[in-house]
Ligand binder design. Structure first.
Ligand code: HEC
Length: 121
C-alpha cells in the first residue's frame, strides 16, 4: 500500500469519526461562565440591590450580605428560585440561569468587608 493511499484512508477515517457532542448550554456551565460586569448591571436592573445593597453588602433591615463569598452556586440558585422567607422569588422568565451566573460572578468579585475594629481592645 502506498503512503498516499494510507494517508487518504486515515484522512477519510478522521473525517468520518463521530463529532463530539455539542457543548453544554452556557447555563449549565455556571458559575464559571459568569461575567461579573454584566452581573453587576443585572444586580441593579432586576432589583437585588434594593434589599441587598449596591455592593451586596446587605442591611439588617432588608436583606443579608451576599458577597464576596456567596453560597455555592447550586444553593444560591435554589434560594433565588424558591426563597423561604421575605425575599420574592425570581423565575427563569425574569432571570435566566446564565444571568444568575453573571450575578454570581459579580458577588464573587466583591471585595471583603473592611475589618471591624474589635470592641474588646
Ligand atoms: C424585596 C427584597 C429582596 C430582593 C429584591 C432580593 N432579596 Fe435576596 N433576600 C432578601 C431577604 C430578606 C433575605 C433573607 C432571607 C429571606 O427572608 O428570604 C434574602 C436572602 C437571599 C439569599 C440567601 C442568603 C443566605 O445566606 O442564605 C440569596 C442568595 C439572595 N437573597 C439573593 C438575591 C438575589 C441574587 C437577588 C436578585 C436576583 C435578590 N436576592 C433580591 C430580600 C431580597
Amino acid at each position: 500500500m502506498s503512503a498516499l493511499v494510507l494517508l487518504t484512508i486515515v484522512a477519510t477515517l478522521v473525517t468520518l469519526s463521530p463529532q463530539p457532542p455539542p457543548a453544554a448550554p452556557r447555563a449549565q456551565a455556571a458559575p464559571a461562565a459568569g461575567n461579573a460586569t454584566t452581573g453587576r448591571a443585572l444586580f441593579v436592573s432586576v432589583g437585588c440591590y434594593q434589599c441587598h445593597g449596591y455592593e451586596a453588602q446587605g442591611s439588617s433591615a432588608t436583606g443579608p450580605r451576599l458577597g464576596p463569598r456567596p453560597l455555592p452556586f447550586a444553593a444560591l440558585s435554589r434560594y433565588v428560585r424558591k426563597p423561604s422567607g421575605q425575599m420574592p422569588p425570581y423565575t427563569m422568565k425574569v432571570l435566566s440561569d446564565a444571568e444568575l451566573a453573571d450575578i454570581y460572578a459579580f458577588l464573587q468579585s466583591l471585595s471583603p468587608p473592611a475589618a471591624t475594629p474589635s470592641l474588646l481592645k
